[in-house]
Design a protein around this ligand. Structure first.
Ligand code: ADP
Ligand code: ADP
Ligand code: ZN
Length: 218
């Protein structure tokens, strides 16, 4: 099973990819998480990516695709993966098709999670992210059990600097111009499914699960 989650910043991709990873038993591969971890470790990749994340722009060039390719070739992805935050441009979607041919894999489904802009800004401005495992919480919609601590791993929660209103608005603009065209790209391939993201996380999850369970013909 290889599932791509598409959707604007704050749509719930991270939340759903974690739930899907648990229920389907494959890892979650989130390019934003990989970049943030590299930035925290101050690796060459992190140093290169940081100015783009700070401004809310996409990291340019082939490095994101190269990163995803090597991640998918690791042993824990042999049964598949849930991709969160990639591909984010039509160019990356084309590169990804070439990678999939190369590593003899196919896409199961591409899920587009729809949420209106005003709700996205509410979600991003109240989001708290775990420094250690990158799980997300929300001060109103999904508070952690202990204030400032991750329910999953106990790590410290922080507000991403790019969740500030100014950078979040840039990210939404970048999404509309660069990422939205990816929806049509996958529509044409016949693998796209739309899901209403303005429901409880559990309802969104069951909608997704009901659409990815491909019943084998008898
Ligand atoms: P969100 O939670 O808003 O969807 P992510 O954590 O997925 O954000 O991404 C954060 C940042 O990481 C992006 O603004 C961008 O700078 C960088 N990034 C993540 N994925 C990609 C990608 N596929 N291509 C280029 N840059 C990316
Ligand atoms: P993305 O990865 O698409 O940027 P997240 O999964 O991090 O989005 O969710 C963004 C914020 O919205 C987080 O604070 C999260 O707790 C909250 N959230 C996620 N799904 C829902 C939902 N269905 N209803 C309300 N809030 C949600
Ligand atoms: Zn955590």
């Amino acid at each position: 099973v290889l599932i791509v989650l598409l959707g604007p910043p704050g749509a719930g991709k991270g939340t759903q990819s974690q739930l899907l990873a648990q229920s389907l038993g494959v890892p979650k591969v989130a390019t934003g998480d990989i970049f943030r971890e590299a930035i925290a470790r101050e690796t060459p990749l992190g140093v290169q990516a940081k100015p783009y994340l700070d401004r809310g722009e996409l990291v340019p060039g082939p490095i994101t695709t190269e990163m995803v390719k090597s991640r998918l070739q690791r042993e824990d992805c042999r049964k598949g993966a849930i991709l969160d935050g990639y591909p984010r441009t039509v160019e990356q979607a084309r590169q990804f098709d070439a990678v999939l041919r190369d590593i003899h894999r196919g896409l199961s489904k591409v899920i587009n999670i729809d949420v209106p802009d005003d709700e996205l800004l509410r979600r991003l401005s109240g989001r708290w992210t775990c420094r250690k495992c990158q799980s997300t919480f929300h001060e109103i919609f999904k508070p952690s059990k202990n204030v400032g601590a991750c329910d999953r791993c106990g790590g410290t929660l922080y507000q991403r600097p790019d969740d500030s209103i100014e950078v979040a608005q840039t990210r939404l603009r970048v999404y509309r111009t660069r990422t939205e065209p990816v929806i049509a790209y996958y529509q044409e391939q016949g693998v796209l499914v739309h899901v209403d993201g303005q429901q409880t996380p559990d309802s969104v999850l069951s909608d997704i699960l009901s659409r990815v369970q491909v019943v084998a013909p008898s």
